[in-house]
Write a new protein. Structure first.
Length: 232
């Protein structure tokens, strides 16, 4: 069976540095899709680029909170709504979808959550229903698109994992790619102009995603690059 790959950049719109990294990896590298965070100042700039470059598929990156590890303890960097309040979560998701439609003039091609917020209730049920209504994949829950988070430069506890985002590490991931359609998540940025526990790794991701050895490996292995729009 054939092997197809969607390379999706999260956090699009969060900052100019992230926007630049996503655009570079789309134009010079292998990024085919991106997930837009609509609540950040860079969202308008990101949406403007996406409207002018329709080959970049854009989905909604639902942003409810961000957590950071400090001395081994996870603490919230910010919380937009109480994540256990179903009504507040539903209202925030609806509001973010409305902003997305205003910025892009269309529906998202896919849906996912910042720091995988879509995996936990009540966001999980709300987003499963939303994705079904839109007829688009929801990360981790799509029957057509398998998700891979192997291209990430930290462990689940926030410890450095540089090999995972190296050229050698990505080549190893591609060599083990299963048949069907796989979404590979990534987080590129060209400048550290935002607050996050995942910073310098993003610059390394840009270098790896734009390395010509990666494109050559895809061609040699006959792995087809797709966007979420093409899957739809």
């Amino acid at each position: 069976m054939t092997r197809s790959l969607i390379v999706n950049a999260d956090d699009f719109g969060r900052s100019p540095g992230i926007n630049e990294g996503v655009l570079e990896c789309h134009e010079r590298g292998i990024v085919t899709s991106a997930s837009l965070m609509v609540r950040w100042p860079g969202a308008k700039e990101a949406a403007s680029y996406a409207r002018a470059h329709p080959r970049l598929s854009v989905g909604l990156h639902v942003d409810l909170s961000e957590w950071t590890s400090q001395n081994g303890e996870w603490r919230p960097l910010y919380e937009r709504v109480p994540e256990g309040d179903g009504g507040a979560v539903a209202a925030e998701i609806d509001a973010q979808l409305a902003v997305f439609r205003e910025l892009l003039g269309r529906d998202p091609t896919h849906v996912d959550g910042h720091q995988h917020a879509q995996r936990d209730e009540p966001a999980r049920s709300i987003l499963l229903e939303l994705a079904a209504e839109l007829g688009v994949p929801l990360r981790h829950f799509s029957t057509r698109v398998r998700y891979s988070g192997s291209f990430y430069g930290q462990t689940p506890h926030g410890e450095p994992l540089p090999r995972a985002i190296s050229v050698e590490g990505l080549l190893a991931t591609l060599s083990e790619l299963p048949s069907g359609i796989t979404e590979l998540g990534c987080h590129p940025a060209s400048v550290e102009d935002f607050e996050s526990m995942y910073l310098g790794e993003r610059l390394e991701e840009v270098r790896t995603l734009c390395d010509p050895r990666i494109a050559q490996a895809l061609a040699t292995a006959e792995i087809e690059l797709l966007s979420f729009a093409e899957v739809a």
